[in-house]
Each structure stands twice: as structure tokens, then as C-alpha cells.
Design a protein around this ligand. Structure first.
Ligand SMILES: [Ca+2]
Length: 320
């Protein structure tokens, strides 16, 4: 197991076979949709009531390995890595307030929606979605995920919660407020972080690329290469749409990148080194991960994997 808590399995099973084995028959009754048809389903109402519109369709996405240069065939929505380097603004932080948080959260996804905090917690056999009141953090739901699935990022769009999986190539869809699992869709590659802007779903796969699909249109995937000072910025993880930017945890670092979603250029880097005090670290305390903006007041909240605190932070300009 690596520092991310992710198992490196050695397997010679072809990806498709592995996916079928990983999911097994238990999930077969759920609707299996292409990403495009799933996205349409999300907006036109109850998936169960519109099953006819969710017939499986061939995946058009073949990219599987983060950090590879394999041609995906996906529309490239951003500028290439040869984008002209732009001065990066560097930020430090100040803690505005902090809330006690359940250390059991191996936080992969963090989002505040309609007075609720949604947290996806990863690891095989332990993955769960927890829903809390916010900011009271009273636990409302604890929804276990199939133990064969390693839960990753989540985002709430309308009355649907979308949960990514790490390597199982599946995306689960829950209805709010009951958190009922109502469908799944093949996920074209690895899932890491997720966020959204209006009807546009954004997600990361651990590479230097972000992917987006407009749920109100045809759900076609677009790919955005992300660059820092003209070079690819890999290991993009948990995401949050903040203002007109996408903020992304950079895995295994204390940094959050502020990404221009039009160009993919990182225009700011936030250094959160020292946020979690040494005395709050235990043997299994893991990396910074999790960004959520409170839509009600614009406050930024961050945490990490098995961290005992949610921190509200304020950015401060700092030298590089
Ligand atoms: Ca988030």
C-alpha cells in the first residue's frame, strides 16, 4: 500500500475483465449507461423512471493510465503544455476557525451543499459517504460503498450526488436527500477528484489533466491539460470550483493549485505547510486532501486524510 493508502495490485487481467470481476454480479442490476446517456439521465429526472434513455452505449474513452501521453480521442478544450509561462501568485494562509472532524474520514471528496457537508472516504472495504449538518457536523447519513470499490471524489449536482471510484471504472449516482443509490455509469478511466460548475461536471484522474462534461448538453468529455510555469502539473486530486477557478489538491504535497479552467494554467499556488499541527498527527495520518467552499458565505474549508480537523482558511500573499 502506498502513501495514498492505495493498493498496487499486480494483475495480468485485461482491464475489461478486471472491471467485470471487480464489480461482479451484485451491481449488475443497476443501470449501466455511457457517460453521455447517464448525464442526460441525471437532468431529466428519476433515472429509474427513465431507464429507457439509459441503455448502455459504447465507451468512447480509452485513456487509462494517468501521466501517459496516449491519445484519448477526447476533445482538447485547453491550451497545450507549450502555453506561455505566466507568473504564478503564491499564497500562504491563516486559520480563521476549525471544527472537530472524524478521523475515520480518509477524505477523498469534500463538498458543502445546501447546509450539508458531504464527505467520501476511501480504501477498499472501508469506503463510505458521510453526510453531516454544517457547520454543526451532526452525522445524518453514513452510506457504505460496495467493498470492492475504492471511493474517490464526489460532487452534488442538483439532487444527485456523483461518486467516483479509483480504479473500478464506475461512477455511482445517489439521489438526495435520502442518499439512495439509483444508478451507475462506466467511468472511462481512474477517478480522483470531482467538482462542478453549474451543469458541468469536472473530474481529475491523478494526471495533469482535468476532464469536463456538460450535463445539460450531450455529455461529451473535454480534456484540459494543466500546466504550472509551462510544465504539466501532475497528481491533481480533490477539486473545488471557487469563483471562476478550479482549486486542486496536488497529491502528496501541502499545495493547492488555482487553475484557470479556460486555459489550464495554474495562476496561483497555496502553500498549506504546517496547517496540521505535529501533535495532531498520528501514525496513520495521511496527506492534505479536501477543499470545500461554503456557498452561503464563500468560506474555504480544507482537511486531509484522517485529519481531526476541518479548517477554515484565509489566503495571504506570500513570496514564492
Ligand atoms: Ca471539493
Amino acid at each position: 500500500m502506498n502513501a495514498n493508502g492505495k493498493l498496487h495490485r499486480r494483475t495480468h487481467i485485461r482491464q475489461g475483465d478486471r472491471t467485470r470481476r471487480a464489480l461482479g454480479p451484485a451491481l449488475q442490476p443497476w443501470l449501466r449507461c455511457s457517460l453521455q446517456s447517464l448525464l442526460r439521465c441525471l437532468l431529466i429526472g428519476s433515472m429509474l423512471g427513465t431507464a429507457a434513455a439509459c441503455d448502455a452505449a459504447p465507451d468512447t474513452y480509452t485513456h487509462t493510465q494517468p501521466n501517459s501521453d496516449t491519445d484519448t480521442g477526447i476533445q482538447n478544450a485547453g491550451t497545450a503544455a507549450d502555453s506561455s509561462a505566466k507568473a504564478v501568485q503564491h499564497y500562504g494562509f491563516a486559520v480563521v476557525s476549525q471544527l472537530r472532524f472524524d478521523r475515520n474520514n480518509f477524505t477523498q471528496g469534500l463538498e458543502i451543499h445546501d447546509g450539508r457537508l458531504y464527505v467520501s472516504s476511501g480504501l477498499y472495504g472501508q469506503s463510505v459517504i458521510r453526510v453531516y449538518t454544517f457547520p454543526e457536523l451532526e452525522l445524518l447519513h453514513s452510506v457504505p460503498v460496495d467493498p470492492r470499490i475504492f471511493a474517490e471524489g464526489l460532487t452534488v449536482i442538483g439532487d444527485r450526488l456523483i461518486l467516483l471510484s479509483w480504479r473500478e471504472r464506475v461512477m455511482l449516482v445517489y439521489s438526495l436527500p435520502a442518499m439512495t443509490l439509483i444508478g451507475q455509469s462506466p467511468l472511462p478511466g481512474q477517478g480522483w477528484g470531482a467538482t462542478h460548475n453549474g451543469s458541468v461536471l469536472w473530474f481529475s484522474d491523478g494526471s495533469d489533466r482535468l476532464y469536463s462534461a456538460d450535463l445539460s448538453a450531450d455529455g461529451e468529455l473535454a480534456m484540459l491539460p494543466v500546466t504550472l510555469a509551462g510544465k504539466p502539473l501532475r497528481n491533481l486530486n480533490e477539486l473545488e470550483w471557487v469563483g471562476d477557478e478550479i482549486w486542486a489538491n496536488v497529491w502528496q504535497t501541502d499545495h493547492i493549485a488555482r487553475i484557470n479552467p479556460e486555459t489550464g494554467i495554474v495562476e496561483g499556488m497555496i502553500n498549506l505547510s504546517g496547517l496540521l499541527a505535529d501533535e495532531d498527527r498520528l501514525r496513520d495520518t495521511d496527506v492534505l486532501n479536501g477543499i470545500a467552499i461554503n456557498p452561503e458565505d464563500g468560506a474555504i474549508w480544507v482537511t486531509g486524510k484522517r485529519w481531526p480537523w476541518l479548517y477554515q482558511i484565509r489566503l495571504e500573499n506570500s513570496p514564492p
